[in-house]
Design a protein around this ligand. Structure first.
Ligand SMILES: [Zn+2]
Length: 491
């Protein structure tokens, strides 16, 4: 595959911290050499990407249409496009296959619907997300907090009211949650039993999943249900209607604390044993206690192995760095979810007319079949063989159309739903950073990846599709905040 290098230095004052063209070119050439990319030409532009109509950019796209190259290498997506027209042209070229790849040292792109979605966000980010949105959302958060409104996704049992911007009780789920508190407070039910009761009663998470035991535990520890909440380390009196009393909440905490003590004495729970394999010999990694610390080590079942012991704290440190990398700020998640809803609606509208069209075609064929049958029954000069042949032809056409309708209806949102789940999970990931609940971290890791390896005291794994874009971005803060203000940059 052949690539164009594209560098742009804009004259916008807001972009003044961006690398000079020379520095961009040097970095990009080094990157190309490292990645062994074949470069056709290096193109430079000094105009802003806010307005469409840049000459060099336009010429580059024309040359790509002609097939001179199939890829572009640039410092960051915002070098390519900061307006929807140019961004749209890039996406269009990707959709039509004229453009096959984009590479950025500061942003990881893959040519999938998810990748294009991320790219779109990155194109828009500097202009809209950075400049206005994040500040607006923060302002919105502050205004909400002043009014005692939880400024994020409502916990289970509550619903975000998008009209009033407040938080309403979920009339279906709230009674079940109250019941869970009441039962647990009696001290006669384990968390597992409560989880089973909730499952049988039909309580499901927003993602439609059965609540896990640790999920139930977190729920029972959440003071939101009696009317207060913690945000950025501060407690707030919520304006939402409580589901339970403070008294009931305290009773539940009492039961939980007593149980916790007993359990901790009884047996050790190693959060990450059996999760990873040894990168050296392929055996499972297990855990043991040495001098009061938990260590993870190779089981060495196959052969002698010199993989070193790793202290749990050191492992958790590495895991939290991964979570940090994939966690989205709420304001981003909210915006991305809104974007997905928009895409979904658009896809629905597009499919609607296509499906309608197919339904019309199907009706027309059915009509033809009826007429054919009439002619045949009335004996108007159609031989049985001819009738059979014609009927079969129409039937085949009909089946084909039916299949198309089915495909359309199914294919519509096939990547939007997983994307939505990913965004929800990733916006909730940061909660894990402030907690010391290692079993939650384990669950989260299993959600985002597989093939966990411990090698040379370093944790490795394969990210699942969708998560790779976040995991592989060289600096996660880059595509969120724009590199211009990124303090981790060398420049
Ligand atoms: Zn080993």
């Amino acid at each position: 595959m052949k690539y164009f290098i594209y560098a742009r230095k804009s004259t916008d004052s807001e972009e003044r911290q961006v690398l000079s063209i020379e520095a961009q070119l040097a970095e990009l050439k080094e990157f190309a050499a490292k990645e062994k990319l074949e470069i056709v030409a290096s193109l430079c532009e000094a105009k802003t990407a806010k307005e469409p109509g840049r000459t060099v950019f336009g010429e580059m796209l024309d040359r790509i249409e002609k097939g001179e190259a199939q890829g572009i290498l640039a410092w960051h997506p915002d070098r390519l496009a900061r307006n929807s027209i140019d961004g749209g042209r890039i996406i269009y070229l990707l959709d039509t296959g004229k453009l096959k790849d984009l590479k950025f040292p500061t942003f990881w792109f893959d040519n999938t619907p998810q990748g294009k979605f991320m790219l779109n966000i990155a194109f828009g980010q500097s202009k809209y997300y950075i400049d206005n949105l994040s500040e607006n959302i923060k302002r919105g958060h502050r205004a909400k907090l002043r009014k005692g409104i939880w400024p994020s996704f409502a916990p289970l049992g509550y619903l975000n009211n998008h009209k009033t911007k407040g938080i309403d009780i979920d009339p279906e789920k709230a009674p079940l949650i109250r019941k869970a508190f009441e039962l647990y407070a009696t001290g006669e039910y384990t968390l597992k039993a409560i989880a089973k009761i909730l499952k049988d009663a039909g309580l499901r998470s927003y993602k439609g999943k059965v609540l896990s035991v640790s999920c139930v535990q977190r729920m029972l520890k959440n003071p939101f249900y009696y009317g207060v909440f913690r945000f950025n380390g501060k407690m707030y009196d919520g304006s939402h209607e409580p589901i339970i009393s403070k008294k009931l909440f305290d009773a539940v905490q009492q039961v939980m604390n007593n149980r916790g003590k007993r359990k901790r004495k009884r047996k050790h729970n190693f959060a990450f044993s059996g999760l990873m394999r040894c990168g050296n010999c392929g055996c499972m990694i297990t855990a043991e206690i040495q001098k009061g610390h938990i260590y993870y080590r190779c089981t060495k079942k196959k052969q002698k192995c010199n993989e070193k012991y790793l202290r749990e704290e050191k492992l958790v440190e590495q895991l939290k760095a991964i979570i940090q990398k994939v966690s989205l700020p709420d304001e981003w998640a909210e915006k991305m979810l809104a974007e997905i809803e928009k895409e979904k609606e658009q896809a629905k509208q597009e499919t609607k007319s296509l499906v309608q069209n197919l339904l019309d075609q199907k009706a027309a064929i059915e009509k033809k079949m009826d007429r054919l049958l009439d002619l045949y029954i009335e004996g108007k000069g159609i031989e049985p063989e001819e009738y059979q042949a014609k009927k079969q032809k129409l039937l085949n056409e009909k089946l084909e159309i039916q299949q198309k309708i089915k495909d359309f209806e199914q294919a519509g949102n096939n990547w939007l739903e997983p994307m939505k789940e990913m965004i929800l999970a990733s916006s909730q990931a940061k909660i894990l950073l402030s907690q010391s609940d290692n079993s939650q971290i384990r669950t989260f890791l299993k959600n985002i990846g597989s093939n966990f390896i411990l090698k040379g005291k370093k944790f490795h794994f394969e990210g699942k599709i969708g998560w790779r874009a976040l995991l592989n971005s060289p600096q996660n803060t880059n595509w969120r905040r724009g590199r211009d203000s990124n303090p981790r940059c060398r420049f």
